[in-house]
Design a protein around this ligand. Sequence first.
Ligand code: PAF
Length: 289
Amino acid sequence: MEVLTTIDQVRARTGEARASGHVVGLVPTMGALHDGHVSLIEAAIADGCDTLVTVFVNPLQFAEGEDLDAYPRPIEADLAAAGAAGAAWVFVPGDGEMYPDSPLTTVSVAALGDRLEGASRPTHFSGVATVVTKLFAIAGRCRAYFGEKDFQQLAVVTRLVADLSLPVEVLGCPIVREPDGLARSSRNVYLTSEQRAAAPVLHRALLEAADVVHAGERRADVVRALIENRIRSEPLAAFDYADVVDPATMRPIETIAVPVRLLAAAQFGIPRLLDNVAALPPHDLGDHT
Ligand code: PAF
């Protein structure tokens, strides 16, 4: 595995790979790689890609007062994990390589990014969309792998690729969970042992709500309230949001007649944790399970 630090190096390696008839797989990350990231690298490799992992803690997606400086940066462990998973290259640019000047150009996918995470973190998705567009421009034609844990991010990226006709195929990969259901996240390291024990309430609340949808509940407000009440029943969870959305538009649903996504977020001490599950009305179960 080769460690690349400049945009020119990435362009040269990915260009050569494509010229030899290979498909480039791109796994954008902010490092602190865990099993969720490893599953993305493995998915790219299983698809036969020459795989580029990017490790860049993107300042544009952190607001003032968020955890940019404290964000974990275990670069040696990240290189080892990416190498063990079979990545061909890891791109580890400095801030000066990615943003030699403060960028004046930003990308925003407004209607997809203004609610949920976007409501709690108003500048977050334009920061994500801007860096991801830049990474796509650097990597060139590729298949790009994103985890479904950040479901709204996946919707934003899918839409920006379509809107801007970028030569990128975006693939969403299933959430990797701990045995007790907690979604793997780089921010889980901030949890105290008590918060860690409490955090799976997020997944349990969503699963219970999905069961209620499967059983025939069509009123989204009832499902939303169920998720919220379940999370609020955990004293260590500070409830942020729960919603029932159309998975493509991220808009809230009133009546559940088609497959929907249930999403929730809550703060457990320092970290805000997110989770989501698919929920299918009874007549759709046969087609999607
Ligand atoms: O999901 C992440 O880790 C980041 O938001 C991403 C996509 C790497 C952009 O910085």
